[in-house]
Ligand binder design. Structure first.
Ligand SMILES: C[S@@+](CC[C@H](N)C(=O)[O-])C[C@H]1O[C@@H](n2cnc3c(N)ncnc32)[C@H](O)[C@@H]1O
Length: 373
C-alpha cells in the first residue's frame, strides 16, 4: 500500500482508546457515510407490501446456515436484492466498517489506492472503505448476481455523486472459479461471502483473494459459531500462505478461543424506518455480531484486544478479557493503577488495548507490551 499523508489526531468523546492516530476517515467518517447510505437506500428502495415477507424468507435462508443449493444464490432477482439491501446492507456496512477501521489502526501509515470488493453485493464494503480511505482511486466490485450489482449501482448513484463509489467498476463474475479474472488491489475485502460457499470453493476463494492482495485482505463473516469457524479456517490458510495477521488477533499466534466461546464483536447501528419496516422490527437500533480477520503482506502493528464480551464494570475497577500473544488474560484494573485505569475504564469490546493498560498487563505472565495503539 502507498505511504499515506500525515493523518489527523482523532479524539472520540467516549473512548480514550481512540486517542490513537486514526485514519483520515475514522469513526466519524463512518457515521457520516451511514447517514448517506440510509438516504440513498430510502431513495432507491420502494417499501412494497411484500418487502417484509421477502426479508423473512431471505433471513430464514441465511439462518439455515447451509450454502445455497440453487444454481443462483440466496439473492437472485430484483425483489430479493431489494430485501437484502433494505434489511441487511446497513448492518453489513457497520460490521465491515468496524473491521476495516481496526485494520487501519493496525496498519498506521498505510493508505490503499485500489480496492477489490469480492462478493460485493450492493456495495456495503465499498461504502465503508470509501469512508475510511476517501483517497481510493480504483475500485472494483465483483459479484455473481447481476441483480445485486444493478441495485448496488443505483444505490451508489443515489448517494455518492463523487468519491470512490462514483467511479467504481461493477463486474459480474464468480470469484474462486477457473477463469474468473480478479484485478490485483492494495485492499481486498470479502464481506459475508464465505457462508455462501461449500468448503472447497471457500478455500479457493480465500486463495484467490489473497493472490489478488497487494496490501491487506479483510474477511468478515456473521458473528456466529459457524461464521467464526470460517474465519478461523481462512486465518489458518492465510498464515500458511505467508500472511501477517494484524487484526483482531495479536499476531500469527495460535487462537486461544475454544468452544463454547467464539470470537466475535458487535457493531451498533441505528435502524432507519425503511429497515424497521423491512424487518418488522420496532427497536430503533440493532447490534450486528460479526467475526473478522485482517491479513497483511507487511507486518503491521497487531495489539492485544478486548475480546469475548463487554468489560465488566464494578465500583472503582473493571475486569477485561484480553487476547494477548500468549493467550487470554483476565486482568482487573482498578483506580490504584493510575494511567491504566484512566484508559481501561473506557475500553469497549473489540478495542485495541493501549500501552497504558498493556504495561499493567505486562504483570501477567508472558504478556507483551504492544506497540502504540
Ligand atoms: C451476503 S451477500 C454480501 C454482500 C456484501 N458483501 C455485503 O457485505 O453486504 C453475499 C454476496 O456474495 C455473492 N457471491 C457469493 N459467492 C460468490 C462468488 N464466488 N463470487 C462472487 N460473488 C459471490 C452473492 O451473490 C452475494 O451478493
Amino acid at each position: 500500500m502507498a505511504e499515506r499523508q500525515p493523518s489527523k489526531l482523532h479524539v472520540a468523546s467516549s473512548n480514550l482508546v481512540s486517542r490513537s492516530i486514526d485514519p483520515a476517515g475514522g469513526p466519524d467518517a463512518l457515521r457520516l457515510a451511514a447517514l448517506r447510505l440510509r438516504t440513498a437506500l430510502d431513495r432507491t428502495i420502494r417499501p412494497t407490501p411484500g418487502l417484509a415477507d421477502d426479508v423473512e424468507a431471505l433471513s430464514a435462508a441465511y439462518r439455515a446456515g447451509t450454502p445455497p443449493t440453487l444454481a443462483h444464490g440466496f439473492v437472485h432477482d430484483e425483489r430479493t436484492a431489494a430485501a437484502y439491501a433494505a434489511a441487511r446492507m446497513p448492518a453489513t456496512f457497520a460490521a465491515v466498517g468496524r473491521a476495516l477501521l481496526e485494520g487501519a489502526r493496525a496498519m498506521p501509515g498505510e493508505a490503499p489506492r485500489s480496492l477489490l470488493d469480492i462478493g460485493a453485493g450492493t456495495g456495503a464494503a465499498t461504502w465503508a472503505a470509501g469512508a475510511i480511505w476517501p483517497g481510493l482511486e480504483t475500485v472494483t466490485l465483483v459479484d455473481r448476481e447481476p441483480a445485486m450489482l444493478l441495485l448496488g449501482r443505483r444505490i451508489a448513484a443515489a448517494g455518492a455523486a463523487e468519491g470512490p463509489l462514483a467511479s467504481a467498476d461493477w463486474r459480474l463474475g464468480t470469484a474462486g472459479t477457473a477463469g474468473a479474472d480478479l484485478p490485483g488491489a492494495d485492499l481486498v475485502v470479502a464481506g459475508y461471502v464465505l457462508g455462501e460457499l461449500d468448503d472447497s470453493s471457500r478455500s479457493r476463494l480465500v486463495e484467490t483473494a489473497w493472490a489478488a492482495t497487494r496490501g491487506a485482505l479483510v474477511i468478515v463473516e456473521p458473528g456466529s459459531p459457524a461464521g467464526f469457524a470460517r474465519i478461523l479456517a481462512a486465518r489458518e490458510g492465510l498464515i500458511a500462505a505467508g500472511a501477517a495477521i494484524v487484526a483482531p488477533c495479536p499476531g500469527n499466534v495460535p487462537c486461544p478461543v475454544r468452544g463454547p466461546a467464539w470470537c466475535h464483536f458487535l457493531a451498533r447501528l441505528d435502524r432507519s424506518p425503511l429497515q424497521r419496516r423491512a424487518k418488522g422490527a420496532e427497536r430503533s437500533w440493532e447490534d450486528e455480531p460479526f467475526s473478522y480477520v485482517v491479513a497483511s503482506r507487511a507486518p503491521g502493528r497487531p495489539a492485544p484486544r478486548v475480546v469475548l464480551g463487554r468489560p465488566r464494570h464494578r465500583p472503582g475497577r473493571v475486569v477485561l478479557r484480553v487476547c494477548t500473544a500468549d493467550g487470554l488474560a483476565e486482568p482487573t484494573i482498578s483506580r490504584r493503577h493510575g494511567a491504566a485505569w484512566q484508559v481501561a475504564r473506557d475500553l469497549e469490546w473489540g478495542d485495541r488495548v493501549g500501552s497504558a493498560v498493556a504495561n499493567r498487563l505486562a504483570a501477567f505472565p508472558g504478556v507483551d507490551t504492544p506497540a502504540e495503539t
